[in-house]
Design a protein around this ligand. Structure first.
Ligand code: COA
Length: 560
């Protein structure tokens, strides 16, 4: 729901053939506003932006039926006549866009409107928008930014400044807080619906949960809002920013309505009065979204439209950051990197056992000498003095099925073999079938065999950690049986390799196979970074990098 205008509101544009009227009618219509007719005396029978034009409002209502609202785009001297004509034709909501409307004309229009039970927004207003439903006036600008700036939600916005209406609302939208209706009440000293009247409407609107105001010095609008709160007539939370703190006596400031007489309407007086009754008054406009968010519920969805996509990973809002719902500051204070990775990928915190195993897996792949293709690629690019990220990325781009890419396939195989075993088939039979199938299809058995090692030292270390943590009872034995059977049948040395060991442990941790290789990518990044850093800081640029003709001159090698 919204106040004053919604998707059903049938709208007339007076002055539709004028410069602004024509352009804005098109923009309003494209936004979704139901514009049913336009009026310009002497231009009846024409069509502007596919909208029929009539000579009088009466003729328009007779032709198109009931009209709920009129946006009046006629210059100030003609506003009185146009507004009275609309009121007399039965229209009960007027938006008076023009500035410099003579005060007596405004008073006359408001008096007639009051008598007829009609409402007037403005004069000197940018207009009103109920996000996703209807937009009346010039709000949102000509660049069609309204869709991006104004998003449906539970916050009512009323403002005395046109420009700040959009800035304030778009700031809320950027912070994930949608708006029910946004009203620029108009910059004049006398307006049809000043802040307190709009606040009353928001109070009565079941879909508005909080009210945000942009006030400024001059008039008594903010003080009247405070009176409503004090009298218990407004119970929804009110948040306000009051402009004009820096305005000095004798200074011309902002709108015609920003006029201080004596002490009435001063900045300090408004802030004090609103604070006294419990409204939140912020010092900087950027503080409003966080204040509203705290009041309406941290982490709560505050946009009611169907957003195009969802993510369940993390949330960054003004002053707050969450990973899978856990405040980041809590992770900083108490979680290890591996625990945060587990939480990020799987959506839950790991047990101490799981975290220990993830640590071991990540450490196992952190760096494997200077010869892996990814390391050579990263060093080669670093030697050209390309950017640091470009060099690291080159290393990452060298990962493939053959390099760091066997974990996922091995996990799939282990799951398949475990499933067969679960159906009652003895393990020796299960692995023998797998070896024969691999021979028949000429597809390598992933997780066994190594270019250099006849016994991979990382495997026993990883399985040792798993045993120590009481894990590793299902998948490592399957891999071991597969390895022994393959060696026997294929009659060649096929040690379990690090990919196989990691795959078996990730299966034990019930991590999806699709994330298997990613553990290698994550683990190897620090290694690539170390090589890129050394290349940039220690080696001359554009050197010829021999893949094997190098020696290790780091710290002395310790005993295993
Ligand atoms: C209202 C305003 C936008 C009109 O500007 P404009 O579009 O350039 O004016 P134009 O003269 O081109 O158009 C006015 C049209 O109204 C028509 N008009 C005059 N009296 C009319 C009446 N009683 N009923 C209907 N139409 C009427 C005119 O005939 C004219 O149409 P035409 O050009 O086809 O003859 C401008 O006067 C104004 O006030 N601009 C400032 C707005 C502003 O800043 N507001 C505050 C925001 S914070």
């Amino acid at each position: 729901m919204a106040i004053l205008v919604d998707a059903k509101t049938r709208v007339l544009v007076q002055g539709i053939t004028g410069r602004e009227g024509a352009a804005r009618a098109g923009l309003m219509q494209r936004y979704g506003t139901r514009i049913v007719a336009g009026v310009t005396p002497g231009r009846g029978g024409e069509v502007t932006r596919e909208i029929p034009v009539f000579d009088t409002v009466q003729a328009a209502t007779e032709a198109v039926g009931g009209i709920d609202a009129s946006v009046i785009f006629v210059p100030a001297p003609q506003v009185r006549d146009a507004a009275l004509e609309a009121l007399q034709a039965g229209i009960r909501l007027l938006v008076l866009v023009a500035d410099r409307v003579p005060v007596y004309d405004t008073l006359e229009v408001l008096e007639v409107a009051d008598r007829l039970g009609a409402r007037v927004i403005g004069p000197n207003t940018l207009g009103i928008v109920s996000p996703g439903q209807a937009l009346l006036g010039m709000i949102g600008g000509r660049a069609r930014l309204a869709e991006e700036w104004f998003r449906p939600g539970p916050v009512g916005v009323a403002s005395r400044s046109g420009g700040m209406t959009s800035a304030l609302s778009s700031g809320l939208s950027r912070a994930g807080i949608g708006q029910s209706t946004i009203v620029h009440v108009g910059g004049d000293g006398i307006v049809g619906l000043p802040l307190p009247r709009v606040v009353e409407l928001f109070e009565a609107d079941p879909k508005t949960e909080a009210i945000v105001l942009f006030g400024e010095i001059g008039t008594s609008q903010e003080e009247e809002v405070a009176d409503l709160i004090a009298a218990g007539k407004v119970r929804k939370p009110v948040f306000a920013y009051i402009g004009g703190a820096a305005a000095k006596s004798g200074m011309r400031y902002s709108h015609a309505g920003a006029l201080i007489e004596g002490t009435t309407g001063s900045h300090a007086g408004k802030v004090k009065r609103l604070k006294e009754v419990g409204a939140v008054v912020v010092k900087a406009i950027e503080e409003l979204p966080a204040a509203v968010r705290t009041s309406l519920g941290v982490g709560r969805r505050l946009m009611t439209e169907n957003l195009q996509w969802q993510t369940g990973i993390s949330l960054a809002e003004e002053g707050r950051l969450y990973i899978r719902g856990v405040p980041l500051e809590r992770l900083i204070a108490g979680a290890r990197f591996s625990e945060a990775i587990f939480l990020l990928l799987l959506g839950r915190s790991p047990s101490p056992t799981e975290a220990r195993l993830v640590d071991a897996i990540l450490v196992a792949s952190i760096d494997h000498g200077a010869t892996p293709p990814s390391t050579l690629a990263a060093r080669t690019v670093a030697s050209t003095r390309a950017s640091f990220p470009a060099a690291v990325a080159s290393g990452v781009l060298a990962f493939s099925d053959l390099h760091g890419g066997a974990i996922e396939g091995c996990m799939d195989l282990l799951h398949e073999l475990a499933e067969k075993q679960r159906t009652g088939k003895p393990l020796p039979e299960v692995v023998e079938e797998a070896v024969h199938a691999s021979r028949a299809t000429k597809r390598r058995l992933l997780g066994i065999g190594h270019r250099i090692h006849s016994k991979d030292p990382r495997v026993e270390a990883l399985f040792g950690v798993a045993r120590e943590q009481g894990l590793g009872g299902v998948y490592p034995p399957i891999l071991e049986a597969l390895q022994a059977t393959a060696e026997r049948i294929l009659n060649t040395k096929l040690p379990i390799n690090v990919d196989g060991a990691i795959a078996a442990l990730l299966c034990e941790l019930q991590i999806p196979a699709a994330l298997g290789n990613a553990f290698f990518y994550m683990a190897r990044l620090p290694g690539l970074i170390a090589h890129v850093y050394e290349e940039r800081t220690r080696m001359r640029p554009m050197r010829r990098i021999h893949p094997t003709d190098f020696e290790y001159d780091g710290p002395a090698l310790e005993e295993a």
